[in-house]
Every structure is written in structure tokens, then in C-alpha cells.
Design a protein around this ligand. Structure first.
Ligand code: FAD
Length: 310
């Protein structure tokens, strides 16, 4: 039995593992893919104290750091069910896709999230070469250039406002016939001189020169007419989906599927903590996920030292 079992091996899970192991706790990590979203990231310029790095390089550093401690890493293993303890002090159980079942006194959920993709030609081919999902991460790469933001919800409109301050011009493309963002954001967006808003538009293709993105094609859903916009970047903002389907019935989640946590990363279940992109924590970033992972481990430690001696 583990003292702390962590599900997820991204920045949140890795930070939690290091903090837990440093308390002398018997610690395990189950991860479908160690490194998580960071493995898919090219340039990282906002991991504070490291001016510039690349995803796989940062993941190698995470792995080396975790391996410096006595942590049982179970990579390429997917958790499919969590049985939460009936009360504090009882054992939690995590079932894996391979049929194994792990038990632990405390569990930290750090299964992250994935960006919803458009699913149009060019999107996968040019991912990281003009197709981006995170304005905080990649916005500055498009300084002085033309970009589009796909999605007129809060995150799309926020991204467009953010990018308008950095890039030359932003085209915001929304599938429905109206933006869905809060009125105050829409007012702000409409006040900006270098933003064009296109509604009722279906993005059909992202075009490039083989090396990087140079245009986007959309269909006017009212007239059926095809339009091409020349640009250097496309920010897809149609939703971030937390990897929490497997937790159905185990812990409380909000309407987006994010695990509800408080300031100490506790969830609705005793002995179950959560950290990073899979939770309600605002702003999904590496540095934030790491801080949350550390917090979750310290909270789990506080929980464990308060349990009655066995
Ligand atoms: P994740 O990194 O998503 O890790 C989740 C972990 O859980 C993975 O190991 C996964 O395999 C595992 N997992 C999921 N489900 C299960 C399951 N059922 N069983 C077992 N394991 C499971 N942020 C920045 O700060 N700067 C950037 O420049 C930046 N660029 C980005 C570029 C791209 C293309 C993407 C996609 C994201 C980028 N981000 C960036 C965001 C950043 O990667 C995330 O905020 C961060 O990785 C979240 O960490 P996490 O540990 O919460 O989750």
C-alpha cells in the first residue's frame, strides 16, 4: 500500500511526487504518458528562471528529479476507476486498465487536460508551427504578425484581446451567429482597432508553405462562400477538456468536468487531493501546475499526520 498515490505524470504529478517523497512517504506515480502536455510543447519561454527551453527537455529534467527520490513510477499505465475512502483513514483504490488495483492512504489526482481540436486539414501538420492553443505561451512569437483566434467564447475573446496588444491584427472567427463571451469582454473586443470579428463562419482548412502556417480558409455558413485570410498564426480556443471522465461518481466536478478543489487542493472525497489542469484552478500553465502539485502533496501530508496511529 502506498502512503500517497499520484495519478498523472505531468508537471503537477511530478511536483507532487517530489514533495511527497521528501516527506519520507511511500510514493507512487501512475501515468499514461510521463511528461503530459509538456511532451507536445516546442518552445517554452515562461517557465520562470529558465529563459528558454523545449518540452521534451523540461520533461527529461522532471524525470531526473523524480528519479532522484524513491518514487515508484508506473509509466504507460492508465487509471480507469477510483474508489474513494468511505471516511478519513480508510484506503483509496485505483484500478488500472491492465486489471491491477493499487491502494493508498491518500491519492493525488493530476491527470491534466487536452485542448479540443478543430479537426481540419492543416491543424495537426502545423501544430507548433503556427497552430497554437495557448496565448500566454505563444502570443509573443507572433509579435507584429497577423493571427486568427477560433472561438468566440470567453477564452477565445480573452485570447483575441490579449493578442491584439501584441500582434499586428487579429481575426476572431466564431462558428455560431453570435459571440458567446461575456458582454463586458465583447465590448472591450469591439473597441480594439486591430480586430475583425467574423461570425457564422466554419473554419475548413489551415494552410501553410510546408514549414509554417500562411493562411486560413473558412466558409460563410449563411452564403456558403469560401474566404481565405492570410496570416501567420491560428489560436484554437474551442475548449480545454480535463481528463476526468474516469472519475465519474468519485469526486465532485464542475460543468466543464474540472475537479472542484479548494485553496489546499482538497476534493469532495476524504484523502483525495487534486492539482493542475484537471482541476478548477484558474490559468492552466506549467508553473501553476507545479505549484499546485506541491500544494496537493503538502495537504496530503497534513492529512496523513492527522490520521489515528495504525
Ligand atoms: P498534464 O501535463 O496534462 O499531465 C497529465 C498527466 O496525466 C500525463 O502524464 C497523462 O498521461 C496523465 N493521465 C491522464 N489521464 C490519465 C489516466 N486516466 N491514468 C493515468 N494517467 C493519466 N504551459 C506553459 O506554462 N508554457 C508553455 O509554453 C506551454 N505551452 C503549451 C503548448 C502546448 C501545445 C500545450 C498542449 C500546452 C502548453 N502549456 C504551456 C500548458 C501546460 O503544458 C499545462 O498547463 C501543464 O502541462 C499542465 O500540467 P498537469 O500536470 O496538470 O497536466
Amino acid at each position: 500500500e502506498f502512503d500517497i498515490l499520484i495519478v498523472g505524470g505531468g508537471p503537477a504529478g511530478a511536483a507532487a511526487a517530489i514533495y511527497a517523497a521528501r516527506k519520507g512517504l511511500r510514493t507512487g506515480i501512475v501515468a499514461e504518458r510521463f511528461g503530459g502536455q509538456v511532451m507536445d510543447t516546442l518552445a517554452i519561454e515562461n517557465f520562470i528562471s529558465v529563459k528558454e527551453t523545449e518540452g521534451p527537455k523540461l520533461v527529461a529534467g522532471l524525470e531526473e528529479h523524480v528519479k532522484a527520490y524513491d518514487v515508484d513510477i508506473m509509466n504507460h499505465q492508465r487509471a480507469v476507476r477510483l474508489d474513494v475512502p468511505a471516511e478519513a483513514g480508510k484506503t483509496a483504490k485505483v484500478a488500472l486498465a491492465n486489471g491491477a488495483e493499487l491502494s493508498a492512504k491518500a491519492v493525488i489526482l493530476a491527470t491534466g487536460a487536452r485542448w479540443r481540436e478543430l479537426g481540419v486539414p492543416g491543424e495537426k501538420e502545423y501544430r507548433g508551427r503556427g497552430v497554437a492553443y495557448c496565448p500566454h505561451c505563444d502570443g509573443p512569437l507572433f509579435k507584429g504578425k497577423k493571427v486568427a483566434v477560433i472561438g468566440g467564447g470567453n477564452s477565445g475573446v480573452e485570447a483575441a484581446i490579449d493578442l491584439a496588444g501584441i500582434v499586428e491584427h487579429v481575426t476572431l472567427i466564431e462558428f455560431a451567429d453570435a459571440l458567446r463571451a461575456d458582454a463586458v469582454l465583447q465590448r472591450k473586443l469591439r473597441s480594439l482597432p486591430n480586430v475583425t470579428i467574423v461570425t457564422n463562419a466554419q473554419t475548413t482548412e489551415i494552410l501553410g508553405d510546408g514549414a509554417k502556417v500562411n493562411a486560413l480558409r473558412y466558409r460563410d455558413r449563411a452564403t456558403g462562400e469560401e474566404h481565405t485570410v492570410e496570416l501567420a498564426g491560428v489560436f484554437v480556443q474551442i475548449g480545454l477538456v480535463p481528463n476526468t471522465d474516469w472519475l465519474e461518481g468519485a469526486v465532485a466536478r464542475n460543468r466543464f468536468g474540472e475537479i472542484e478543489i479548494d485553496a489546499r487542493c482538497t476534493t469532495s472525497a476524504p484523502g483525495v487531493f487534486a492539482a493542475g489542469d484537471c482541476t478548477t484552478v484558474p490559468y492552466k500553465q506549467i508553473i501553476i501546475a507545479m505549484g499546485e502539485g506541491a500544494k496537493a502533496a503538502l495537504s496530503a501530508f497534513d492529512y496523513l499526520i492527522r490520521l489515528a496511529p495504525a
